[in-house]
Design a protein around this ligand. Sequence first.
Ligand code: FO1
Length: 312
Amino acid sequence: MRIVSLAGGIGGARFLRGLKAAAPDAEITVIGNTGDDITLFGLRVCPDLDTVMYTLGSGINEEQGWGRADESFTVKEELAAYEMEPQWFGLGDRDFATHIVRSQMLAAGYPLSQVTEALCVRWRPGVRLLPMSDDQTETHVVVSDEGGRRAIHFQEWWVRLRASVPAEQIVLVGADDARPAPGVLEAIRDADFVILPPSNPVVSIGTILQIPGIRTALEEKTVVGVSPIIGGAPVRGMADACLTAIGVSTSAQAVLELYGSRLVDGWLVAEQDKGVSLDGVTVEARPLLMDSPEATRDIAAAALTLATTLQA
Ligand code: FO1
């Protein structure tokens, strides 16, 4: 069985762990969001790719859902001693090694997809991890505060401001000129079906869908999504702030309509959202809290069962 899954940050990576447990013999290709990527201290940081790689490779800081386990922050402290900015992004010593290897390979001319493949030789995530594109794109957020109206990097809005300042616009810079990374369209074409994890529908899944060609390719496939919103609130993260920024209400119904029935064939919602419906989409209600590996595996298994049913 060949499965393709679009993944963003913490929720997506955790869901993928359940997907692997639910389909241990499947060939899983993960198309990772790179809109969160940022260059810091001359190093290219790819948060969503690293979160998937570390989570599935058992190197993740489990409580945080990002960064490495058993971390130390000596380099970060030394950079702060030199009054280097930014100091609001927590890069750990072990994590720095990943960004040094990645930056060295990128500087040598390797595309991000080959760099990611090389990093995964060590981490062995048990899935094929592809960046959505080898072309550099970045999510920037337009805000107005005492500094006036300006665009800031998504990470500054997300980490330094904790999305406390309304995002007037969320823009994927470079989207129009970006091409799907090698293997992305082929993986979608060859997949038995596609699963959309409960990742952020705007800055993770939504970002991947903005790469020209990806949404069109997905519309040809059987796609089952898992709602990231339970009972009007995101389970984790700040998807509500992102949805508000694009004028979409924070509900399982609104996210399903955002994705649309051309893209999504099946939609898993939590029991309190069982009234959700959209023509052309099979909606199924079940517990959606990924509060244990078993619960996560069961949610992924339900998505696979629904996809198999719809495929028939
Ligand atoms: N998130 C935070 O809330 N605070 C941080 O200091 C932080 C550092 C960080 C370093 C490396 C990395 O891969 C991720 C990091 N994140 C941090 C998470 C990151 O902002 C999010 O994982 C994604 O960009 C959104 O899903």
